[in-house]
Design a protein around this ligand. Structure first.
Ligand code: SF4
Length: 436
């Protein structure tokens, strides 16, 4: 069984003060529209209307893999040549599309107008459009906007921008109410249910999740709200919550046994739950997770891993793979390094790790070739070329689509990295399978 070092025995610094490679060059990432793919499943009465080009429509359509007969909860209002040439009034066109959509789909209670590169290029003011349409359709249908544009962003920022746009619409929680806990970040329903049960077992009441499954069930917030981030890419949302008085709880992220334990412990401490009680509730879950993880260590232990910057999950996942799966970290790249939100994670990384922020893809490719790791975590655009050079890869986007948080998902998370390594080994033993 894999021993996990209790959090209080850790060296206090880790790689918090290690030098970071900072790069601002060509990047290989998806844009923020990608977030629609998991968010439209989460908020079940919301609709995401991208105001963009055919490219934007193709990205969403192919990434979401929606069947033609389904009534999806996203679409693209195409900005065509007439709009681009200024021959049509884009606002008028948009109003027509929204009117048609809402008259046909009474199930929609929250509509997001999602900006894109083309809407930004023609300077279409979607915030004014949302205000205008919100006056027309509210309060039955709330209409908000955010940008999913690919200029200067990475794909998980779409969720951040979307949630940050929702925060000003959260009801006010009176200061006379008891403290409550807000869990922030899209989680698959199955994980949310597991977490809700665990908070309940720990005796922590008043736990709400943001975003909620229904837009009509938005959590109230105020100065008595303490919030825990479930995802490491929510800087704008956190800022907006703090402007509303909510207080941030610093914790590692709930990946792996160690991160999940520490995450629950932070909440328990704030809500006055004793350590004995926390241990009593969490121990069976920790044991079960470690037992499920144990067989995967044979594949993962001692393997070198390299992270390209992509999802912003890189640092917490590197911590899990290093400390619980005994993998060796080489370079851990992240598009943005939020020092405050990642402080607890950085303390847990070995100080030998090379952190990098941002990207200059050619330079990074040189480094990965030089290091020749056993597995590379990268975007789809880099995976195939690297595989053809003999490197084993893991698509970073799969980590955002899969349930990977919490105790019950520890082995599944490790399996996502073990599978490509096993596959590579099999191919090395039977190269003819490459042709099958
Ligand atoms: S928003 Fe920009 S980067 Fe994203 S699909 Fe549309 S054009 Fe491409």
């Amino acid at each position: 069984m894999n021993a996990v070092i209790p959090i209080q025995q850790l060296e206090p610094t880790g790689c918090s003060t290690s030098p970071i490679i900072k790069e601002r060059g060509q990047r290989e990432v998806f844009c923020g529209l990608t977030g629609i793919i998991w968010m439209h499943r989460k908020i079940q009465d919301a609709f995401f209307l991208v105001v963009g080009s055919r490219t934007c429509a193709h990205l969403i359509q192919s990434a979401a893999g929606v069947m033609i007969f389904a009534e999806p909860r996203f679409a693209t209002a195409i900005i065509d040549e007439r709009d681009l040439a200024g021959l049509a009034d884009a606002n008028e066109e948009l109003d027509k599309v929204v009117n048609r959509l809402l008259s046909r789909r009474p199930d929609i209670k929250l509509l997001f107008l999602v900006g894109s590169c083309p809407s930004e290029v023609i300077k279409l003011d979607l915030s004014r459009a949302a205000q205008r349409l919100d006056k027309q359709f509210g309060p039955t249908v709330r209409i908000l906007n955010y940008s999913g544009s690919g200029i200067e962003t990475t794909f998980t920022q779409g969720e951040d921008a979307c949630l940050a746009a929702l925060v000003p619409n959260l009801p006010v929680r009176p200061t006379t109410f008891a403290n409550d806990l807000l869990i922030v970040g899209c989680l698959p329903d199955i994980v949310e249910d597991q977490f809700a049960r665990l908070f309940n077992e720990l005796g922590i009441e008043n736990v709400r999740f943001f975003p909620p499954r229904k837009s009509t069930d938005l959590p109230a917030i105020g100065p008595n709200t303490r919030y825990l981030l479930a995802q490491p890419f929510l800087a704008e949302t956190a800022r907006a919550l703090e402007q509303r008085g909510a207080q941030y709880l610093a914790a590692p992220f709930p990946f792996g046994v160690e991160g999940t334990t520490a995450w629950f412990e932070v909440a328990a401490q704030v809500f006055g739950i004793s350590q004995e009680e926390v241990d009593r509730v969490l121990k069976p879950k920790q044991d079960r997770a470690r037992l499920a993880l144990a067989p995967l260590l044979e594949t993962l232990s001692g393997k070198k891993i390299f992270f390209f910057p992509d999802s912003q999950l890189e640092i917490p996942l590197a911590r899990f793979l290093n400390r619980e799966c005994k993998m060796l970290l080489t370079e851990v790249g992240t598009p943005y390094l939020h020092k405050q939100h990642l402080a607890k994670e950085l303390e847990l990384l070995p100080n030998s790790v090379q952190l990098s922020e941002g990207q200059d893809v050619e330079k990074q490719l040189d480094r990965v070739r030089n290091i020749a790791p056993d597995i590379v975590v990268c975007g789809l655009g880099l995976a195939n070329p690297l595989e053809s050079e003999g490197l084993t890869t893991k698509w970073a986007i799969e980590l955002v689509f899969s349930p990977i948080h919490g105790f019950d998902q520890v082995a599944d998370l490790a399996e996502l990295f073990a599978r490509p390594l096993r596959r590579r080994k099999k191919l090395q033993l039977n190269p003819e399978e490459l042709c099958n």
